[in-house]
Design a protein around this ligand. Structure first.
Ligand SMILES: [Zn+2]
Length: 236
């Protein structure tokens, strides 16, 4: 069982995750809020966010990013092209990186890792190039190492993520159709060496058929624990 060591992880439906570290650093990933059918409407995000992490440009991840950026004035971390688009919309505090890079902010080191997915931003009816889709490794000083896979299939280089960063908690998509499903996510957990999986990107739309129970079935006997919080339920 993973020790969260004072950090809190709250899944907010789809790929939206809010992390608060023991030292109070506030991180939000992939803000799809208003039109996210699973978003807990009474959930209070902090007024001041420190980091906003964006895995790619699709609207089910980026929809509320500009609004959140303008309201909570976070530093926006993501792939160069996507954060440049954010900048063009008036979100000025951006950290544009690329795969393999790390950024340190107070008690948190955020590393960009690859994902197998497409990425674009729909802007005024046109699909604009938004760089590569990515995942994030979030290493908290004195706390756990968390991997948010973004949207991806399983890929064998997840073993490199294991070797370099040793994530303990994997936030893994399991919905199928647009990402991997439960069987592939179980293999991902093995490649990553995580002790705990929090399934994300499922149950939002009818196409997303994968369930946490199926994932549990595939992980039976592996020692990996699947946590199944309701949207808005804090894990700590
Ligand atoms: Zn998605």
């Amino acid at each position: 069982m993973t020790d969260f060591r004072g950090s809190t992880i709250t899944w907010l439906g789809h790929a939206v995750v809010h992390i608060t570290t023991a030292k109070g650093t506030e991180i939000l990933i992939d803000p799809f809020l208003k039109h996210n059918p699973k978003y807990p409407k009474n959930y209070k995000l902090p007024e001041k966010l420190d980091l906003l992490l964006l895995t790619h440009g699709h609207s089910d991840h980026l929809a509320d990013a500009v609004a959140v950026a303008k309201r909570g004035s976070p530093q926006i971390v993501g792939i160069f092209e996507l954060v440049a688009w954010m900048q063009s919309k008036g979100a000025n505090d951006v950290v544009g990186m690329n795969v393999g890079g790390s950024y340190k902010y107070r008690d948190v080191t955020v590393s960009i890792v690859e994902a197998r997915h497409s990425s674009s931003v729909e802007d005024d009816g046109k699909f604009l190039y938004a760089g590569e889709a990515i995942g994030f490794v979030i290493a908290i000083e004195g706390g756990p190492v968390i991997y948010h896979a973004g949207d991806t299939s399983v890929f064998s280089d997840m073993q490199i993520i294991r070797e370099l960063y040793a994530p303990e908690i994997g936030l893994l998509p399991i919905g199928d159709h647009y990402t991997m499903g439960p069987k592939a996510a179980a293999l991902a957990a093995k490649y990553l060496g995580v002790k705990t999986v929090v399934p994300i990107h499922y149950g939002t739309f009818p196409q997303l058929t994968g369930t946490p129970e199926e994932l549990e079935g595939y992980l039976k006997g592996s020692g990996v624990k699947v946590l199944k919080p309701a949207p808005g339920e804090a894990l700590h």
